[in-house]
Design a protein around this ligand. Structure first.
Ligand SMILES: Nc1ncnc2c1ncn2[C@@H]1O[C@H](COP(=O)(O)OP(=O)(O)OP(=O)(O)O)[C@@H](O)[C@H]1O
Ligand SMILES: [Mg+2]
Length: 267
């Protein structure tokens, strides 16, 4: 069994409600994300929000990023637990966007320009070069987004957010439209990013249960409850406790597969 501890509170969603007109989309959503600490390992957090299509994942995602205000409730982030402001949480939307008229290099340069401290051209070249090499984009830096595959564009979009220096990165459906090999590559990239800094926290919003759970240390199930309008967190799954976290071969484990089947029946 892996040893780990949960330390400082990094993100807290408190009594989030969202209504559109009279229709309740989210109801009393509450959850907390803690810094997971493991001995002698730089360990970030990967948390997933799982729920069926149309349940309200993207709306919750926008609230967590400070992009829309909930009807009521609060989101606080960081060890000092300040209310979230737009721009403080890196966002990789469901249809990730790059600047199409700029090269891949310049798209990544924009990420660095938004990191809050000046970065010289020479430093930028080194940093971007390193990331590009690590994530197999070195031959594509001079190209434009339209000249890349979907998976390549997605990697650029993820790295662009990492370069801004945001410790929280929200990813909405990062596996959609990718083939199985590409999904594994995105898995790898996300794990590497989460482990670059102790406070790095990825929040993955997805209905691709198996790929998302395989990466996660904690999963929140967003679902409806009988007789009540709006979705809420119906279950918290601690994959660390279950012994499923941080195992690159977990998708082949029968107990893990049983958990996936169980969750599918609940959403
Ligand atoms: N601006 C809006 N006005 C009114 N209703 C909205 C608005 N945006 C979203 N909704 C409704 O909120 C609900 C939740 O939508 P949301 O996009 O969060 O679903 P989702 O869980 O992300 O689905 P998917 O997995 O298909 O992306 C849907 O029923 C949708 O119709
Ligand atoms: Mg969505």
């Amino acid at each position: 069994m892996n040893t780990y501890k949960k330390e400082g509170l990094l993100l807290k969603a408190t009594n989030i409600n969202l209504k559109y007109d009279t229709r309740q989309i989210l109801r009393d959503v509450n959850f907390e994300i803690f810094d997971v600490v493991r001995p002698n390992i730089l360990q970030g957090q990967v948390v997933s929000l799982i729920g069926r299509s149309g349940i309200g994942k993207t709306q919750l995602f926008r609230i967590l990023a400070g992009l829309i205000e909930p009807t009521s409730g609060t989101v606080t982030i960081g060890l000092d637990q300040k209310p979230v402001k737009p721009g403080e949480v890196g966002v990789i939307p469901q249809n990730y966007i790059l600047f199409n008229h700029r090269t891949i290099y310049n798209n990544l340069r924009i990420g660095l320009s938004n990191c809050g401290k000046p970065v010289s051209d020479k430093e930028a070249e080194d940093i971007i070069g390193n990331y590009a090499k690590k994530f197999e984009l070195q031959d594509h830096l001079k190209k434009f987004p339209a000249q890349l595959s979907g998976g390549q564009r997605q990697r650029v979009s993820i790295i662009q957010q990492v370069l801004t220096g945001n410790k929280f990165i929200l990813l909405d459906e990062p596996f959609s439209g990718l083939d199985p090999v590409m999904k594994d590559k995105v898995d790898e990239l996300l794990l590497q990013i989460s482990n670059m800094n102790e406070e790095n926290t990825l929040i993955i919003v997805s209905h691709d249960i198996i790929n998302t759970l395989a990466l996660s240390d904690t999963a929140f199930i967003l679902a409806g409850e009988k007789g009540k309008e709006g979705a809420t967190i119906t279950e918290v799954i601690d994959l660390m406790d279950l012994g499923f976290a941080w195992n690159p071969h977990i998708k082949a484990d029968h107990h893990f597969q049983d958990l996936v089947i169980d969750i599918k029946s609940k959403i």
